[in-house]
Every structure is written in C-alpha cells, then in structure tokens.
Design a protein around this ligand. Structure first.
Ligand SMILES: Cc1ncc(COP(=O)(O)O)c(C=O)c1O
Length: 392
C-alpha cells in the first residue's frame, strides 16, 4: 500500500526546513493535532477553563473511543493520564505482590520500569528476574515458558525498547501469560502508532502508551488500557474524588471502569489533541504506516552499514523504525550536535535507560535515528550523505 507522502509532509509544516529523525523522542505534530490543541487553549482563554471543558465534552469523550479503536478494546477499558510512565505506574503499583512472588521481565527493560520493580521488590519481598534473550536479541519465549511456576504473579515487558531496532514478541509472550494465567503488563510506549497494536491478539491485561512519540500527539499525554476482567482486582495506588466516590464518612467506592487510574485535573487541550492524533494515525492506516517505517528504516540501516567507521547496533528478529549506530572515534552526543547544525534531529540512547541490555552488549551511548512514515527516501539519503561529509 502506498501513502500520499506529499500530503503527509504538507500537513507536517516543519518538514520544509527540518529533517526530523527523532520520532522516538517526539514525533512532529501534524496540523490537525496542533489546531485541536491550540484551539482548546484559545477557548479556555476566551470563555474560562471549566466552561471550555463543558463545551468540549464530546471531543474529550471521543479520545476514549479513538483509543479503543486503536487498541481494539472498549472505551471503559481506557484511562487517559499525564504520560506513559504514570499510566504504567498506575497499573504496576496496583498489582498485589508479596514475599516470594516473582515478576518476570526482559533484558531490554526500560529504566523507569526496572526501578519500580526494584522498589516494589524491596518493599514487598517479591523478586524481579530478567529472562535471557534468544540468539536474535529478543526475549527468549522458551526461557520465559521454562521460568513459569506458581510464584510468578506478573509478566511485564517493554515492547519496543529505546536502545535499537528490537521489537519484543509481545503476542508470543501473551500466549505464555494466558497459558499460565499470569497478569501481563506491556509497555507499548514506543510501539503504539508505529505498528498495529491489538490487545486481544497480544493477550495483555494492561498496556501503557504515550501521545508524543509515534502517535504524533501532544507532549504530556499518556494512556492506559486495562482489561475489563482484571479491573476489579486492581486497586490503584492513589485515589481521588475522580477515581472514587466518598460515599460515607469512613467509606469510598472505587469507579468500576479504567478511569479509576486517572485523577481529576488534567491537560484538557492535550487530551483532545491525543484523540485527534489517534484518529489521524488511524486515518493513514497503521498497517501502511508500519510497512513504510520498516522500509525506510531498512534502507537507512543498509546505507549506514556502507559508511566507513559506522556500526549499526540494532538487534532483534523483527526490527522497527528506531535505528541506532556508533561512529568509531566520535562521541554520539557530539554527532547529534553536528547534525543539529545541519537542521537534522537525532537523539542519543544511553546505558542508564536500558542498563542490562546495553551493558551486556558493551555499549555506553549510541546515536538514535528514528524514522516515521512522513520521512522521505530523499531524507534517508541526505542524512547518510551528511554523515559521510562530516566523518569521512
Ligand atoms: C519504553 C519506554 N517506556 C516508557 C517511556 C516513558 O514515556 P513518557 O515519557 O510518556 O512517560 C519511554 C520514554 O522514552 C520509553 O522509551
């Protein structure tokens, strides 16, 4: 399936002066998202924040429908929160854990998640174990299956880590979780918007995502999916008058839907913008987006490998739009700055974001170039030509 690149770039104003390969940091907002966010801020300024919320009630509610369509779930299984970290935390800290309980995760787990495992392990006496990789660098599903016993209470994994290429096999892990009857939390922060995400096919009980990356939504937006059948078992670590009702002087009732993981005050403009970004992503077709991202990233990897001194550091059986590399003798942060001077955006991934994975691979810092469907083949070629001119 081909995509209308001219329209995609026209609706992404910065593409006329900026080569943006930092979509895993924050994708460029398309014009309709920008208009929705700024429009609501202007409405707040014109008529008052509470009044603007009332007027925009339909648009705010629509965000739940958009998320449900994107993930293949129902609107009452969605919470909209400040960011992916808070979404993930609300799910993770709700899981009842005690001494001897086991949390299983993967080698390329994101730092914020692993820090939370360690904190909860210290407090409860639970343990955390990172399952080894297979030969391709993704989590070994066979090793995961072997690790299952009655003490395993949670499988929690990052779908697409920040450190290069890898797409962990979320659905195969889900199958193990289903067979074992164990809760499964998927951090889909870097995969939502980039590739098809179907919570039924994956078999996860909880899934967290962010607005700003591959969905091209506003910063400071995130969302959580929680399967209806596990909702009642998960009491959020924080409750307020939105998540629960104060029903008696000494009693409260927690909401029945996933909004029990939200809190009352929120970024209303961002929430509307998130829904518009989800609609926009669905409008382009997630399958077509994924195919184009993989083609662009494949081209980029091949061209980078042809450059002297460049090492592509991506792993995994299936690879995504996040391309990482080093150049012998050059500091990745300095490479980012040199490219920035040429109006090219990349970012760096450091060891402290995925400590187990990068330490095991002997990597400290890598350059991260993350492509999206609105990037062009010409940009991939120009990116590599610029590197060649700078570092030949
Ligand atoms: C795998 C992963 N999970 C979670 C996050 C955190 O997302 P947010 O900044 O929206 O909280 C990131 C951010 O880079 C990430 O890479």
């Amino acid at each position: 399936m081909t995509m209308d690149l001219t329209r995609a770039r026209r609706e992404t104003p910065a593409t006329d002066h900026l080569l943006h390969f930092n979509n895993a940091g924050a994708g460029l907002m398309p014009q309709p998202v920008l208009d929705a966010v700024t429009g609501h801020l202007q409405l707040e300024a014109a008529i008052g924040g509470y009044e603007a919320e009332t007027q925009a009630a339909d648009a705010l509610e629509h965000t739940y429908d958009a998320a449900a369509a994107l993930l293949n779930c129902t609107r009452d299984e969605i919470a909209v929160v400040e960011n992916a970290t808070r979404a993930w935390d609300m799910a993770f800290y709700s899981v009842p854990l005690g001494p001897g309980d086991r949390i299983l995760t993967a080698q390329a787990e994101y730092a914020s998640n692993y820090i939370a495992y360690l904190q909860v392990a210290r407090k409860t006496g639970a343990t955390v174990e990172a399952i080894p990789n297979d030969e391709s660098g993704q989590i070994s599903v066979a090793a995961l299956r072997d690790a299952i016993d009655d003490h395993v209470k949670l499988i929690a994994m990052t779908h697409v880590p920040t450190s290069g290429g890898l797409v962990n096999p979320a659905a195969a892990v889900g199958q193990v979780a289903r067979e074992a009857g164990v809760l499964y939390l998927l951090d889909a922060c870097q995969s939502v918007g980039q590739m098809p995400i179907d919570v039924q096919a994956i078999g996860c009980d909880m899934l967290s995502g962010t607005g700003r990356k591959y969905l091209r939504g506003p910063r400071g937006t995130g969302f959580l999916y929680v399967r209806r059948s596990v909702l009642e078992r998960l009491e959020p670590p924080f409750l307020d008058l939105h998540a629960a009702a104060w029903t008696a002087p000494d009693g409260y009732t927690v909401r029945a839907d996933a909004r029990r993981f939200e809190n009352w005050e929120t970024n209303f403009a961002g929430k509307i913008g998130l829904g518009v970004a989800m609609d926009y992503a669905l409008g382009w077709g997630i399958d077509a987006t994924w195919a184009r991202i993989q083609a662009l990233a494949g081209d980029l990897r091949a061209r980078l490998r042809a450059l002297p001194g460049v090492t592509v550091t991506d792993i995994g059986a299936e690879q995504c739009g996040i391309v990482t590399f080093t150049i012998a003798g050059h500091d990745p942060a300095a490479i980012r700055e040199a490219l920035h001077a040429h109006h090219i955006n990349v970012w760096i991934s450091t060891c402290n974001s995925t400590l187990l994975d990068m330490t095991a691979r002997g990597l400290d810092t890598v350059v991260r170039a993350s492509v999206h469907y609105y990037n062009s083949e010409e940009e991939v070629a120009r990116f590599c030509a610029t590197l060649a001119a700078l570092y030949a």
